[in-house]
Design a protein around this ligand. Structure first.
Ligand code: GAP
Length: 433
C-alpha cells in the first residue's frame, strides 16, 4: 500500500514538473482541489477525447454527436430529479464545522480535523452548483451548471431525431464539462468539482432485448480501455437490487484499483424510458419515436455508458508509468502521447545539422504533434522525452548529411535505434501509430 501511495505521489509530481497538470490558481494559494491542464496535459486530454469521438461517433453509422450549453432551463433539473434527489449524505463536526460525506467516514469516530466526537445528524446536501442569469440575483434568475452532460441528449432528442433521421437503435454522444459541489473532492483529479464527461445515450426499441444491447456496450467499454492501455486493475461490479437508481434494471460500475483504493472509473446503466418520459411530461412536448415500418409511436428506452475524461487520463498515466535504473518513462499508447516524435540535431552549433533537422521537423509537423529539442546532449534529450511518453526520437547526425540521408529513430520502449531514410520517416512513424 505504501508503495502504491508512492506511485500516486510520483504521478502528481511528474504532472507538475513536466506540465501535464498544475494546481489551480496556484499563485493565490490554490482553490479547493481544482487542477489546470498544462501544455502536455491538454494534448493528452484532447487525444483521449478525439480517440473516443473517433471510435464511438465517426467510425459508427448509428451515432451522432451534440455539444450543448452548460446552463439549461432549471425545469430540466426538476424533471431529471437532480434538484430533489442529487444529494450526498453529509455530517458536520459541531466543534470545528468540518463537513464530511457520511457514507465515507465512521460517524461514531472522532473528527479527523479537530479530534472531537460531535457529529450532527446526517443531512442531505444537494450537489448542484447555482448561479444567476442576468443582473438580478433572485429566485427567478437562478440556474444551475449541469451536473452531467446526459440530460441535453434527452432534451434535444426530438431535434436530433428530426434532423439526423436516424432509426432505432441509435445513439447520441457528447463530451463536456460537468459541475458537482462535491463535499469531499480529492485524490488529485479523481474527484473534483469541475470535471469532464464523455457520455452516450443509446436509444433502443423497448421490445428489443435490452440486455443484449447492455452486454454489447459493456464489451465496447472494455475495448475502449484497451485503447488507453488499461487492461489490469479493473473490476466490473454488478450493482445489486436495492442499490441501483429505482428506474435502472441493471447497472455495472467499472472500477479501477487506484493507489488510494478500488473506486469507480466508469458506469453503464439501463435507464428504461425514465428520462424521456419525465421530460415529455414536464415540457408537454411529445418525445415519441414513430416506427417507420409499423407507424407505432412509443418512447425509446436507453442504455447509458458514461466515462469521466479526467479519470481516463489518470488511469492512463497510472498504467503507463515505468521506472528503470536509468530512467522514468511513460509507456503511453502512441496515439495518446502528447508528442508523437521529437526531432534533434546531434549538435546544436552545427548549422548543417540544425537546418536538416529543422526541415524534417517542419515536414513531420504537418502530420503529427512534433517536439524540437536541441538542449544538452542526446542522452538527456532521450531522458526528457521518455518522461513525457514521446514514442520516437529522431536524430540528425553527420552521416545523415554526408553519407546516407538516413536518421536514427530511437524507440521509447525498446530503446532500439534503427536508421530510417528521411523520405520514409513519415510512413515509418504512421505505421507504428
Ligand atoms: N449520466 C450519468 C452520470 O453522470 P456518474 O456515475 O455520476 O453518472 C459518470 O458520472 C462519470 O463521471 C463517472 O463514472 C466518473 O468517471 C465521472 N465523474 C463523476 N463525478 C466526478 C467527479 N466529481 N470528479 C471527476 N470525475 C467524476
Amino acid at each position: 500500500m505504501a508503495e502504491n501511495t508512492d506511485l500516486m505521489d510520483k504521478i502528481v509530481s511528474l504532472c507538475k514538473r513536466r506540465g501535464f497538470i498544475f494546481p489551480g490558481s496556484e499563485i493565490y494559494g490554490g482553490l479547493a482541489n481544482s487542477w489546470d491542464y498544462g501544455p502536455l496535459g491538454v494534448e493528452l486530454k484532447n487525444n483521449i477525447k478525439q480517440l473516443w469521438w473517433k471510435r464511438f461517433v465517426h467510425m459508427r453509422d448509428d451515432m451522432v454527436g451534440i455539444d450543448a450549453a452548460l446552463l439549461m432551463n432549471p425545469k430540466v433539473w426538476e424533471a431529471s430529479g437532480h434538484l430533489s434527489e442529487f444529494n450526498d449524505p453529509m455530517v458536520e463536526c459541531k466543534n470545528c464545522h468540518e463537513r464530511y460525506r457520511a457514507d465515507q467516514i465512521d460517524t461514531n469516530a472522532p473528527c479527523a480535523k479537530c479530534g472531537k466526537k460531535a457529529f450532527t445528524e446526517v443531512m442531505q446536501f444537494n450537489m448542484m452548483f447555482k448561479t444567476n442569469l442576468g443582473p438580478v440575483a433572485d429566485e427567478k434568475s437562478t440556474v444551475y451548471f449541469r451536473p452531467e452532460t446526459a440530460q441535453a441528449m434527452f432534451v434535444q432528442f426530438k431535434n436530433i431525431l428530426d434532423t439526423s433521421r436516424k432509426q432505432l437503435p441509435f445513439g447520441v454522444a457528447q463530451q463536456g464539462k460537468a459541475f458537482r459541489n462535491e463535499i469531499t473532492p480529492g485524490n488529485f483529479i479523481f474527484r473534483t468539482r469541475e470535471f469532464e464527461q464523455m457520455e452516450i445515450e443509446y436509444f433502443i426499441n423497448p421490445k428489443d432485448n435490452w440486455n443484449k444491447h447492455f452486454e454489447y456496450w459493456l464489451e465496447q467499454m472494455k475495448e475502449w480501455l484497451k485503447d488507453l492501455g488499461v487492461t489490469k486493475n479493473l473490476e466490473f461490479v454488478e450493482i445489486p437490487d436495492g442499490e441501483r437508481a429505482h428506474y435502472s434494471k441493471r447497472t455495472v460500475d467499472i472500477e479501477y484499483k487506484y493507489p488510494f483504493g478500488q473506486k469507480e472509473l466508469y458506469g453503464l446503466a439501463y435507464r428504461g424510458d425514465f428520462d424521456l418520459s419525465r421530460h415529455q411530461k414536464m415540457s408537454g412536448q411529445s418525445l415519441e419515436y414513430t416506427d417507420p415500418q409499423t407507424n407505432e409511436k412509443f418512447l425509446p428506452h436507453v442504455i447509458e455508458p458514461t466515462w469521466g475524461v479526467d479519470r481516463s487520463l489518470l488511469v492512463t498515466l497510472l498504467e503507463a508509468y515505468r521506472e528503470e535504473e536509468d530512467r522514468v518513462y511513460l509507456s503511453l499508447p502512441p496515439k495518446l502521447a502528447p508528442y508523437k516524435v521529437a526531432v534533434f540535431p546531434l549538435l546544436k552549433n552545427k548549422e548543417q545539422l540544425v537546418s536538416k533537422a529543422r526541415e524534417i521537423y517542419n515536414d513531420l509537423r504537418q502530420y503529427f504533434n512534433v517536439a524540437w529539442d536541441d538542449r544538452g546532449n542526446v542522452g538527456k534529450r532521450y531522458y526528457s522525452q521518455d518522461e513525457i511518453g514521446t514514442p520516437f526520437c529522431v536524430t540528425v547526425d553527420f552521416d545523415t548529411i554526408e553519407k546516407d540521408g538516413m536518421v536514427t529513430v530511437r524507440n521509447r520502449d525498446t530503446k532500439e535505434q534503427p536508421r530510417v531514410k528521411i523520405e520514409e520517416l513519415k510512413n515509418y512513424i504512421l505505421g507504428k501509430l
